[in-house]
Design a protein around this ligand. Structure first.
Ligand code: UP5
Ligand code: MG
Length: 221
């Protein structure tokens, strides 16, 4: 990153704990730039990069993509963006991610926002997210027939509406296991340094954001 001084907040929590949802709120109110490691990896798959197939296979299995790949994407995104305040969502996911990021970028986070939520609730949310896209899918199918567009448009619509390949019960279980075994130790590491701000993420979205707001107050625009 050269001479650029940046403020970084790591946003961590289990799959479906609400990281992405709350990051959007923080962006709106506090002028941070949201970098979701998962979104960057999914964009890399779509771009047809040489690593695409490897990344896709790892995401389908709920495994953690090698640090070099993710760190490069995060670094590029931070260099490209004018902003100096970043929310890094869903990274670091294991000790190796954490150590490599600090070594390569020399950045340590201002703090770590940790969304704490039960697996039961997270599972409900993730399965619900796929249901929504399935519903939209059926709706679009009906619409296609209704307006008599021959179904040639349908494959395109299907790609646009496709839910996440990892929001099925088998992969969700794998993601939970990886979270407990590999990602929780990262939160413990930062907790020992007094850097973790833990949020009860089981509450409704606006209530969670009230708690988030209190934490970000010093960063008000
Ligand atoms: N929702 C949100 N908040 C709610 C609330 N308070 N009450 C009720 N509903 C709520 O939310 C999930 C769903 O819940 C949404 O429908 C939302 O409306 C609802 P979201 O905000 O999307 O939760 P989030 O925590 O962002 O869940 P996500 O599924 O994105 O978490 P993951 O950590 O699993 O996904 P991520 O994209 O970070 O990673 C995916 C995969 O990429 C990983 O499994 C891994 O294979 C790979 N990866 C790496 O290898 N390395 C990385 O560094 C990052 C990712
Ligand atoms: Mg997310």
């Amino acid at each position: 990153l050269g001479d650029k001084k940046v403020t970084v907040v790591f946003v961590l929590g289990g799959p479906g704990s609400g990281k992405g949802t709350q990051c959007s709120n923080i962006v709106e109110h506090f002028g941070f730039t949201h970098l979701s490691a998962g979104d960057l990896l999914r964009a890399e798959i779509k771009s047809g990069s040489e690593n695409g197939t490897m990344i896709e296979n790892m995401i389908k299995e709920g495994k953690i993509v090698p640090s070099e790949v993710t760190i490069k994407l995060l670094q590029q995104a931070m260099i490209k963006n004018e902003n100096d305040k970043f929310l890094i969502d869903g990274f670091p996911r294991n000790e190796e991610n954490r150590a490599a990021f600090e070594n390569v970028t020399k950045i340590s986070p201002a703090f770590v926002l940790f969304f704490n939520c039960s697996e039961e609730e997270m599972e409900r949310r993730l399965l619900g997210r796929n249901e929504v896209s399935f519903f939209t899918y059926v709706l679009m199918f009906g619409l296609c027939i209704l307006i008599k567009t021959t179904l040639f448009l349908f494959p395109t619509i299907r790609i646009i509406l496709q839910g996440r390949v990892d929001d099925n019960i088998e992969t969700i279980r794998k993601r939970f296991k990886v979270f407990v075994e590999s990602s929780l130790p990262v939160i413990e590491y930062y907790d020992a340094k007094d850097k973790v701000k833990k949020i009860d993420a089981a509450k409704p979205i606006p209530e969670v954001f009230e708690d988030v707001k209190a934490i970000f107050a010093p960063y008000a625009k």
